[in-house]
Design a protein around this ligand. Structure first.
Ligand SMILES: Nc1ncnc2c1ncn2[C@@H]1O[C@H](COP(=O)(O)OP(=O)(O)OP(=O)(O)O)[C@@H](O)[C@H]1O
Ligand SMILES: [Mg+2]
Length: 313
């Protein structure tokens, strides 16, 4: 069997005495060809974990290997396998896009011809910006440039720390496409995010991280299935809760504002019964929606807090 791309074992790491550790006995392994997500709220320890992999932060206990190489003992060899996008990319302001790419590649002793620079930038939709100063790019263009710089050394493993934070949906999708392309090129991708829809859209497996611990790790579908939760049928209708609970398929019912929310094992039967009730009683039924359980529910079930609320802490 091939080496895991990443093997993290029993890593504990922090920022000095008197502070609680930022990571507590974290273990996980990422196989070649995965897109692996670290999903967790602000302060969960995602960036610290990537810094331990990058050799930028020294764990107080545990080991990290990259492609079988211990990052403490073989830092130079390990780094050659890695492409890195930090959470905050300080782009050298007075260089153009093309110059930045050439500088990054040269750091790894890769010297690009102008044609190679053009071809490379075209992959990230930045070819026409080659002569633009990096600081003049839009937020989305800067994020794509950060991705381009992360693969300038043709790495096997790419670590992306919040590659789409603060982007609008359109720019976010463009970055997702670029990440999928890197994956299609055969690279292993590890990314952090606090957006569960991003983890669901991109990642084959996800580790949910909270307060320095991995609380779950699996495919998004398995994480959701493991909850055993039912879909929720939401509708604006006036119906006494006792009657709602007696509808076919309904496991739980409550009101959220004007909306009745029904957890149901048989959404179609429940909806048909609601429609029949509305027709018989002449009451209005509107704004009907069905929501499948998602990673947000998994986070809530595992930590007792909503992902969005935890992020605001
Ligand atoms: N340089 C530092 N000095 C002291 N404490 C730090 C430092 N960097 C991070 N921490 C603390 O370590 C913990 C984990 O932080 P980390 O940046 O790894 O979280 P994160 O999951 O990346 O959060 P975010 O989603 O906000 O980027 C937090 O409690 C944070 O306050
Ligand atoms: Mg971070």
């Amino acid at each position: 069997m091939s080496q895991p791309s990443l093997e993290i074992s029993g890593v504990t790491a922090g920022y000095g005495h008197g502070r609680p550790p930022a990571l507590r006995e974290v273990s996980l392994s990422v196989q070649p060809g995965e897109i692996f997500g670290l999903l967790g709220p602000n302060g969960a320890g995602k960036s610290t974990l990537l810094a331990c992999v990058e050799g930028l932060h020294r764990p107080s206990a545990g080991t990290v290997t990259v492609g079988g190489l211990d990052v403490q003992r073989r830092p130079e060899a390990a780094k050659r396998l890695l492409g890195i996008q930090l959470q905050k990319t300080a782009l050298l302001d007075d260089l153009t896009v093309g110059e930045l790419l050439e500088v990054y590649a040269a750091l790894y002793e890769v010297y690009l011809t102008p044609a190679q620079t053009d071809e490379f930038l075209a992959r990230f939709g930045l070819r026409e910006h080659r002569r633009a100063l990096a600081r003049r790019l839009s937020g989305g263009q800067q994020q794509r440039l950060a991705l381009a710089l992360a693969v300038a050394n043709d790495p096997q493993i790419v670590l992306l720390d919040e590659p789409t934070s603060a982007l609008d949906p359109h720019a976010r999708r463009a970055v997702w496409d670029n990440i999928r392309r890197m994956h299609d090129e055969g690279r292993t991708i590890v990314l952090t995010t606090h957006a569960m829809e991003e983890a669901e859209a991109l990642c084959g497996r996800v580790a949910i991280i909270d307060q320095g611990r991995i609380v779950a790790c699996d495919t998004p579908a398995q994480l959701v299935a493991g909850l055993g939760a039912h879909p929720v049928l939401k509708a604006a209708i006036e119906l006494p809760l006792a009657e709602a609970r007696a509808l076919p398929g309904v496991r739980a019912a409550h009101y959220a504002g004007q909306h009745l929310e029904l957890e149901t094992a048989e959404p179609q039967a429940t909806l048909a019964a609601l429609q029949a009730y509305a027709a018989q009683t002449g009451r209005g039924l509107s704004d009907v929606r069905l929501r499948q359980p998602n990673l947000e529910d998994v986070f809530l079930a595992l930590t007792g807090r909503a992902l969005a609320a935890a992020a605001a802490l």
